[in-house]
Design a protein around this ligand. Structure first.
Ligand code: NI
Length: 149
């Protein structure tokens, strides 16, 4: 049976500040620049979710798009839209970089999507910043498992 990958696009708006307590104030500024502004700032984030699968012989599609939309809406969009990412429990000890955000979104989705079918998550943060992660579809990231025991 032929396989194909479908990518759907989602959006949320959120605030954040790039800062880590592991660095001094001067080091934070040197590392993150204006993104370390104490007042924070916002982005119109765009999230791409790619799912692969067999092309169903009756629907000629690899998935039920409405079902994926419901999962992403409940797991990602409702969680982050119009929120301060720095206040999210998963960012209590992590900096809200695009890298960490795309890894977190992967972790949230991989638990909800049938094993092996999540191919890639992409996050556009700004006009010139795009992050993506294609982790093990068999589970969450190793660091994640270690951190949560
Ligand atoms: Ni930013």
């Amino acid at each position: 049976m032929s396989q194909a990958t479908i990518t759907r696009r989602y959006r949320f708006c959120a605030a954040h500040r790039l800062h880590t307590d592991q660095l001094s104030a001067e080091e934070n500024w040197a590392t993150f620049g204006k993104c370390n502004n104490p007042n924070g700032h916002g982005h119109n984030y765009v999230v791409f979710v790619s799912v692969k699968g067999d092309i169903d012989p009756s629907t000629h599609q690899v998935l039920d798009g409405q079902r994926l939309d419901a999962i992403v809406e409940r797991t990602v969009v409702q969680r982050f839209d119009h929120q301060d990412l720095n206040q999210d429990v998963e960012f209590a000890t992590q900096t809200t970089t695009g890298e960490n955000l795309v890894l977190l979104i992967w972790d949230l989705l991989v638990k909800e999507i049938p094993a092996g079918r999540l191919v890639k998550v992409g996050v556009i943060e700004t006009r010139d910043n795009y992050f993506e992660y294609s982790g093990s579809a068999e589970g969450t990231r190793k660091e994640h498992e270690v951190r949560h025991g």
